[in-house]
Design a protein around this ligand. Structure first.
Ligand code: MV4
Length: 444
């Protein structure tokens, strides 16, 4: 096992990784920006190295600084958390070249899954259902037009290097395709450095259901069930839950089988997430694979009792998973609400000083947060300040428990999305388990 791990992240996930390391007897080093010098994870880590100014580009994304911080502190491994460098194949390669263990999958798996057109082909060959659409990247607008005519509108044009909702355009009729193609191509080139596009039939009123997988270095792979992440706004997830509401047992079994087929096809090691769209008829389609620990991992931890960050670290150190699929038991229902320092109506960031913070507690409540009274939410990073996770016997009890937990939470000094969540939890469509990707965005 490692003696010391460097954490190349900030906020609640940095704290989450420190907690796992503490329990495993591993020393922690946090690499942080000047803006985070007084933060809870920096105070709680065994050592800290300031790696640059507030702007992420110059600190949390500065590969030479992070590698130097690992080298001077004798860190054997780097945990990248989520976002930032977590899905950067070049960073994983540089770690490997420097003799530092990257806590995550291989650079090859990251690179393959980072190309969403290639990932789609891979999934199709592995036997996972994909949405009708292009084979590999599109050759040009004429090919896109021919394909869209044959599969029928609406279609969605996506950047191969995009993902997570970035660089995509829904096209509802033939007349709109050429223009969408051109803007998508230009945006993709500017944002990702690759203008490759692919095209799919647009699945209306879909649910976003993702399957958590784990793979070890001996080729053992397991799934840890699914999460429903259909409550989103502008591709930012707001609430996630496990299990997904109202899925037929056959659909669930099909999702698990497809997720493991994809993970097996790339010899996937570490924690990963296979994303699917599930349509009204419970047809499901692979869309992407995320090769990192995800923000919403706690809901899976609550229903399985498995510590995913601990498993990532054990796997990176070469330890076998050590249990079979049949030993993974699913208990009750978990819900996570992401609390952002944002206006609850328009979701505009609300950085500033948190003058009061009273976290919720009581039975079945978990809080993953780096907040403390007096903390200043910096304007430089995403606005997630806390994740409140509840676990209960069933979905109804979990909704009631979340409502209770949010009602006792106090955050003063910045606006938060708590009022949005309280409304959502009382929304009849949400309570009925009928949330789909577009619907809630319109209704609330
Ligand atoms: C889709 C889709 C419908 N059909 N693909 C966006 C994030 C990325 N992970 C995949 N995304 C989607 N891909 C096909 N073929 C719907 C989404 C989608 C979405 C669409 C409209 C409004 C909100 C959305 C939220 C999440 C995903």
């Amino acid at each position: 096992m490692f003696h010391k791990i460097l954490i190349a992240n900030r906020g609640e996930i940095a704290l989450r990784i420190i907690r796992a390391c503490r329990e495993m007897g591993i020393r922690t080093v946090i690499a942080h920006s000047t803006a985070d010098a007084a933060s809870r994870p920096v105070r709680l880590a065994d050592e800290s190295v300031c790696i640059g100014p507030p702007e992420a580009r110059a600190s949390y994304l500065n590969i030479p600084s992070i590698i130097s911080a690992a080298a001077i502190t004798d860190s054997e491994a780097i945990h990248p958390g989520y976002g930032l460098l977590s899905e950067n194949p070049a960073f994983a390669e540089i770690c490997r070249a420097c003799g530092i263990t990257f806590i995550g999958p291989s650079p090859e798996a990251i690179r393959l899954m980072g190309d969403k057109a290639q990932a789609r082909e891979m999934a199709k060959h592995a036997g996972a259902p994909v949405v009708p659409g292009s084979e590999g990247p599109l050759g040009g607008v004429d090919e896109a037009q021919g394909l869209a005519d044959s599969i029928g509108y609406p279609v969605i044009v996506k950047a191969a290097a995009g993902g997570g909702g970035r660089g995509m355009r829904i096209v509802r009729e033939r007349e709109g395709l050429a223009r969408a193609y051109a803007t998508c191509q230009a945006e993709a080139g500017a944002a990702f450095g690759s203008s490759e596009l692919y095209l799919e039939k647009f699945v209306e009123e879909a649910r976003h259901v993702e399957v958590q997988v784990l793979g070890d270095k001996n080729g053992m792979r397991l799934h840890l069930g699914e999460r429903d992440c259909s409550v989103q706004r502008r591709h930012q997830k707001l609430l996630e839950e496990s299990p997904a509401p109202a899925l037929a047992p056959e659909t669930r079994a099909g999702l698990y089988k497809a997720a493991l087929a994809v993970a097996n096809a790339v010899n996937y090691v570490s924690a990963g997430t296979v994303e699917f769209l599930v349509d009204r008829n419970e047809q499901f389609y692979f869309i992407e694979m995320n090769t990192r620990i995800q923000v919403e991992h706690p809901v899976t931890e609550m229903v399985t009792g498995i510590d995913l960050v601990r498993e990532q670290i054990r796997i990176a150190a070469g330890e076998p998973l050590g249990y079979r699929q049949s030993a993974v038991r699913f208990t009750g229902h978990a819900i996570e609400c992401r609390i952002n320092a944002e206006d609850p109506e328009h979701f505009v960031p609300s950085p500033g000083r948190v003058t009061a913070w009273i976290a919720p507690g009581g039975p079945g409540v978990r809080v993953d947060s780096h907040l403390m009274a007096g903390y200043v939410v910096p304007p430089h990073y995403d606005s997630l300040i806390a994740k409140i996770i509840v676990h209960a016997n069933d979905r109804g009890e979990a909704i009631a428990r979340m409502h209770r937990a949010l009602s006792e939470t106090v955050v003063e000094g910045v606006k938060t999305t708590i009022p949005y969540h309280l409304k959502l939890l009382a929304d009849p469509a949400f309570v009925a388990g009928e949330s789909t990707l577009a619907r809630l965005e319109q209704n609330l």
